[in-house]
Design a protein around this ligand. Sequence first.
Ligand SMILES: [Zn+2]
Length: 416
Amino acid sequence: MPDGRTGQDLRIASGRIEAIGTQLPVPEGAQVIDARGLLLSPPFVDAHFHMDATLSHGLPRINQSGTLLEGIALWGELKPLLTQEALVERALQYCDWAVAKGLLAIRTHVDVCDDRLLAVEALLHVKDRIKPYLDLQLVAFPQDGLLRTPSALANLKRALDRGVDVVGGIPHFELTMEDGAESVRILCELAAERGLRVDMHCDESDDPMSRHIETLTFHTQRLGLHGRVTGSHLTSMHSMDNYYVSKLLPLMREAQVHAIANPLINITLQGRHDTYPKRRGMTRVPELMAAGINVAFGHDCVMDPWYSLGSGDMLEVAHMGLHVAQMTSQSQMRACFDAVTVNSARLMGLDTYGLEVGKSADFVLLQARDPVEAIRLRATRLLVVRRGQVLARCAPGEAALSMPGRPASVDWMIRH
Ligand SMILES: [Zn+2]
């Protein structure tokens, strides 16, 4: 298992893990899966995604420059053309991809700046339909700014009334720093009133003076929202003054604020105004972790106006995060695996998650011996199980090679 346990049997009954131990007796008629030598992991969890935009690549046209600005323009062109049926169809298709990749919980932001709340309705419907297979958590996201858009706050409240789970925000996109801070106050108070969690797009900028994470941390403390608030992206922290960060991180730790980096998107969208040297833009992942802050990696985008790539593979996300943050020590590589599994589950508050007795029988069997090999190979998901039911299977990956002069078996080349 990713936490280092080996040689264990798991006994599953009624969708739960009933026992974990060595040489457990096999109950009469039980199905036995031999997982010797393979990595058994709790499912992948994506803590930051945009399911209302996913798989819209090419609609109404392709982002030619690959920049954030053309992406925003494209989303603006696409929004009036969206239909509920198409939103639902694309989201369900993505959920199929996710399940096949062992990704069984996703927190998705949903744009509430459209007065029709079309995407909200669509994703609430998807959440319900996909429930047996995948946990979907929705964040009410005022994409065009809470104070900048006249109807955003009212729409956001309507979305929460209809069952959206988490309060979102985008303080760095408000018109002034003051408005940004004010939006954080309003949204945190709203979450406290309603007993909800908070997850804001926060400081997704290369501007070292974008310090809304400080305000978010302050209101978390003030309102007693400890452990229920997440700052997503936090890319400005990459560029902040070191002394300031040394003051900020202990405050985040004290307020138990969680952090999410989105490595694939941060490395492609940040630093675009730089010549050389060119900043990476991803937040300070190893430093946040060392300060005792829970850090997750999100996928953010798959084939949408902002990003033409991606496949719902959280191992690809971990692989990129590891490289961008230069987290190449043995313990850091394992921490990158945790960032797409247990850390994400923790910030989403998934309380039946984990390979422990009494938890849901949800897991992925990977064609890898340990988390580092899983990341290196973006390992094949041999088996995806939820509540004790097999949802997806994949045959072990192998190549049939025919190379004159080479030994017939080259399995070692492929796997090791
Ligand atoms: Zn995002």
